[in-house]
Design a protein around this ligand. Sequence first.
Ligand code: A3P
Length: 406
Amino acid sequence: MAPPGPAGAHPTSAEPLSRSIFRKFLLMLCSLLTSLYVFYCLAERCQTLSGPVVGLSGGGEEAGAPGRGVLAEGPRELAVWPAAAQRKRLLQLRQWRRRRRPSRRESGEEAAWEEETPGLAGGPGGSGAGSSVAEAPPGTLALLLDEGSKQLPQAIIIGVKKGGTRALLEFLRVHPDVRAVGAEPHFFDRSYDKGLAWYRDLMPRTLEGQITMEKTPSYFVTREAPARISAMSKDTKLIVVVRDPVTRAISDYTQTLSKRPDIPTFESLTFKNRTTGLIDTSWSAIQIGIYAKHLEHWLRHFPIGQMLFVSGERLISDPAGELGRVQDFLGLKRIITDKHFYFNKTKGFPCLKKAEGSSKPHCLGKTKGRTHPEIDREVVQRLRDFYRPFNLKFYQMTGHDFGWDG
Ligand code: A3P
């Protein structure tokens, strides 16, 4: 058989046929792309309407819920969620699109987040630093210009460190009328000179009827914080998650130990002089737990009725019960109930069946719920004796026996 000649040298009858197939293929490709584009634009438009939101998934982050899919739920979930929830989710989606950055898990930020990253510049849950409207898909820009506004927080979780503040904030964010900064702003202790406009800019956008929140546990022990928060607004609602001060101190120490394994033992840091048994109250792990002393400063600026004390222990044993109290205090409808929680045996803590903006179960990260080192019993007892009078005073001041000395 003769070998085929060079292409084009001997035109065959098959050639016009292949050209026409190619032309048809191009035509089909064009129409497919056009319909895809039209479909995309329509979907964009649909999201602005009040009807059911199209189930979208996104691995992006939003101010406060980085790394979670947004609007990943299907129609079943949407039927359950009230219109406010849909509005909130829509807002979150848009804000996420504006700031499309790698998710917390993608970028390995989880640990930093859980460790209460100071400041927000460029951090997760920030105000949009590093965001780029230009990154938003076409058609979104116009929608982004007039969606809610940034407000100063009406409620702040002011403490206490290692009390369970992250758990409380994460649980509260499930509420459609709560919008919160994810990372700790540390405005009233470290960045006050930056001014309220800077602070407000860190906040997520809210729609009418939504509450803006943040949590920075160090405020509770910052002398200047009560006056500064009162100067921002006398009406600010303050939430304090408190936990047995002895366990709290051990938890605090455990956190430091995880970062600096070479620190002295808990026992040696506890005492000024181990022989005399004099406690070192200048050690912050001990100092933070003298709740009555810190509270006195707050009561010079706020009435006790404007403060809510959440039991860190009950937040673990009965999260829905504590969340009920918090929702009442914030004037919110009781939407977060026991249906939202399940006990995760592996984690050993309650977790969310669905986190904010996600359809997936969510437990706190591994920096929450660490195993504590074994502490000398005598030292623990000595600390219990030390804290008892302060605890009793605290129970009196708050009108609530937290049962740490029972
Ligand atoms: P431990 O790690 O010592 O157990 P904060 O968020 O204020 O730093 O508090 C951390 C503490 O929150 C943890 O201390 C843990 O006991 C407590 N906590 C409360 N509810 C939790 C939950 N659902 N998951 C994980 N930790 C929780």
